[in-house]
Design a protein around this ligand. Structure first.
Ligand SMILES: *Cc1c(COP(=O)(O)O)cnc(C)c1O
Length: 220
């Protein structure tokens, strides 16, 4: 299925007033679709399977900013550490430590987001809001010098209930704002997908991750 260029322009226009970053989520989609969107000026793409990301990164333009948005296993960090632009879903200190280790090996600093669990589903990864509130960010920066924690990422419940989604995004936005007050590294609030990105924008998302609206639905 070809990419939806009309949807692309509509989304870009909605993000323009707030200068919100669009990450085009290209998981399971062929390189040709990514090239089509890239040729329209899109630079940020998101993937959530390591092997797939590594293969695409090797064959696609080198100035693409690759976002790893899925659950990341520690033993796979080394495969993407050399090039990844932003890791969205850091959900344990052990993973953060491994990212730091691989960043050192690659002589770079890797930007990361902490994943916050806000959805009602039990299955989703991430820290609870109170766990994030308890973190000492300056200590983390000391311990992990090659990791830069630049914000938080969250997914809302799979729900048609806009009020529920709005409540979840508002909770995470408040958390983001409270940390940002004392932490100048905090620039990125990654909330919003195809179904809920407009609610995310109302809650001051700085980055949305959109797949199916651009690339069509995925076969799972
Ligand atoms: C797949 C995925 C998206 C994009 O989902 P769409 O509903 O297709 O926009 C966003 N974020 C994460 C973490 C994903 O896994």
């Amino acid at each position: 299925m070809p990419i939806d260029t009309v949807a692309y322009h509509q989304i870009k226009n909605k993000l323009l007033p707030t200068n919100t970053t669009l990450v085009a989520v290209s998981k399971t989609k062929p390189a040709i679709d990514i090239e089509a969107l890239y040729s329209m000026g899109q630079k940020h793409f998101g993937e959530n399977y390591v092997q797939e990301l590594v293969a695409k990164q090797a064959q696609l333009p080198q100035d693409i900013c690759w976002h790893f948005i899925g659950h990341l296993q520690s033993n796979k960090v080394k495969l993407i550490a050399g090039f990844v632009h932003l890791i969205h879903a850091v959900d344990s200190m052990q993973l953060l430590q491994e990212i730091n280790k691989q960043a050192i090996k690659n002589n770079r600093t890797i930007d990361c987001l902490l994943q916050v669990h806000i959805a009602q589903e039990e299955t989703k990864f991430g820290f609870d809001i109170c766990e994030i509130e308890a973190l000492n960010f300056s200590q983390l920066a000391q311990n992990y010098k090659n990791v830069n924690i630049v914000g938080i990422m969250a997914m809302a419940s799979f729900s048609n209930n806009a009020a529920q989604i709005n409540k979840e995004f508002a909770d995470v936005a408040n958390l983001f704002i409270s940390i940002k007050k004392n932490n100048k590294n905090f620039t990125t609030l990654s909330i919003g997908m195809s179904q809920d990105y407009e609610i995310a924008l109302q809650n001051n998302s700085t980055l949305v991750r959109i797949g199916s609206l651009l690339f069509g639905s995925r076969n799972v």
